[in-house]
Design a protein around this ligand. Structure first.
Ligand code: GLN
Length: 461
């Protein structure tokens, strides 16, 4: 019913694929039977969960919201989907996203933008006056669906913020593990050294439960790791040391977001936490966006080279031209404008004798060092998830007016943890339960300390 309301009545466009109602009923019946038997398979047994459209689901469409993969059915199954199924989750559908994960607003989907469901939650009748806001991206369909409860949790991917930002905009929790903490096998790559599988849930506690069944290395992904389960209870707020990196306090930051940041820090301080604002040690932040976009585009241009219409993807057949023209025509036809821009940018940075790319790697190493040093002093870092609030659908109603440089600037808060490979979680903060727009606060912790970051976030929440 929630899916019907979201897709048919409100046209939120959160899903790119829904399995048949019969197969959902069958799964639901199977799990009810298990419950009757008194033996749920896991904490998520019987829970309806959606997955982003770039996560391979055997025999189902896996389009990454691209026309290039519009008719593609996955011949493999991602490790995370296997783990969900084994845990008894009901896979409710695939969610809309920015094409191949490139974007921050789900405005770059070949299947049209998704709409943020949050403003629809309090109204049941006249929805025409409701502002049409972006759900964030690239996992915007996932976050919008969780906020609307058309799925109870969603699996997204986060390369530079794509789980945390939409979670923040939709009033949900978004968790990005340490790099490799959840295996990436079967996830359509965007930028392999940054890509992670992340979780969008209503609360940090839900994220912890879901994490228990998805975490851990897999033989299918050599970059996957086992993060430490944290047996100790997390430090109580009264003995927590929280670092507030002042270098993230940029003039572009929206006043309401800055205010929530200060309010959250003060609340923690009042609860007895040792909160320190520090300005000195994260100096690479100013170069982090440039480094992120150089690395992400370079890796994307390499990862997307395989879509030539022959080995993979949609194809324009034309026997009157040679193969390379056929490849070029195919790519020109089926990739969207943002994807083309990223490929061009990647090709450019890689062709300058590697200087941009190696400079970006240097900044990345330095940033990782700086984050590690700061996290030796503090248990966690606290900073907002975004610079700006969600943008609105343009007047034509067909998309969001995206200003490229604003879109990239908005990633400032999230790319640091991605470049460093550290775990980060965005939690919704608001003093009233019905704000005009939600603000997310990020809690970032040490590499491998995923459980602890989540349990600290749960206490801050
Ligand atoms: N907005 C960033 C980008 O466009 C992050 C996207 C992501 O994490 N997939 O690259």
């Amino acid at each position: 019913d929630r899916i019907k309301l979201s897709e048919e009545t409100h046209s939120l466009n959160t899903f790119t694929y829904l399995p048949s109602t019969e197969s959902l009923h069958e799964l639901a019946r199977a799990s009810t039977a298990r419950y009757a038997d008194g033996s749920p398979l896991s904490p998520i047994d019987g829970i309806p969960i959606s997955v982003k459209a770039n996560i391979s689901w055997l025999g189902r469409p896996t389009s990454a919201s691209s026309r290039m993969l519009e008719n593609y059915k996955s011949p493999i199954q991602a490790d995370v989907i296997d783990r969900l199924i084994k845990s008894g989750a009901i896979l409710i559908g695939q969610t809309n996203m920015d094409e191949f994960g490139m974007g921050s607003f789900t405005a770059n989907s070949a299947f049209g933008p998704s709409i943020n469901s949050y403003p629809y939650l309090s109204t049941t009748t006249d929805t025409t006056a409701i502002p049409k806001l972006s759900p964030g991206g690239s996992s915007g369909g996932s976050a919008s669906s969780v906020a609307f409860r058309s799925s109870f949790a969603s699996i997204g991917t986060d390369t530079g913020g794509s789980v945390r930002l939409p979670a923040a905009y939709c009033g949900c929790t978004g968790f990005k593990p340490s790099y490799g903490g959840i295996p990436r096998h079967g996830v359509i790559p965007y930028a392999s050294s940054l890509d992670t599988v992340g979780l969008i849930t209503p609360t940090p506690e839900d994220a912890q439960l879901l994490h228990t069944v998805l975490r851990g290395s897999s033989l299918n992904d050599p970059t996957s790791i086992d993060t430490a389960p944290n047996p100790d209870p997390p430090p109580p707020l009264s003995s927590l040391s929280v670092g507030v990196p002042g270098s993230y306090s940029v003039s572009e930051c929206h006043p309401s977001i800055t205010k929530k940041w200060i309010d959250t820090a003060s609340r923690l301080s009042t609860a007895g936490a040792n909160v320190t604002i520090f300005d000195d040690s994260l100096t690479s932040i100013q170069d982090s966006l440039a480094a992120y976009y150089v690395i992400a585009c370079a890796e994307a241009s390499s990862n997307l080279a395989k879509y030539d219409g022959v080995k993979f993807g949609s194809r324009i057949r034309d026997t009157t031209v040679d193969f390379s023209s056929e490849y070029a025509n195919t790519r020109a036809e089926f990739f969207g404008p943002e994807v083309k821009r990223r490929i061009e940018c990647g090709d450019t940075v890689l062709s300058k004798e590697g200087t941009h790319y190696s400079a970006a790697l240097q900044i990345r190493n330095q940033l990782r060092e700086e984050y590690s040093t700061a996290l030796k002093k503090y248990d966690v870092l606290l900073l907002p998830t975004s610079v700006s609030p969600p943008i609105s659908l343009d007047s034509s109603g067909s998309g969001f007016d995206v200003d490229q440089s604003e879109m990239m600037a908005n990633d400032l808060m999230t790319v640091g943890a991605s470049l460093a490979g550290f775990p980060a979680i965005s939690i919704p903060v608001s003093e009233d339960s019905d704000p005009d727009f939600w603000v997310g606060m990020q809690v970032i912790g040490r590499h491998g300390d995923d459980d602890r970051v989540m349990s600290i976030a749960d206490q801050i929440y």
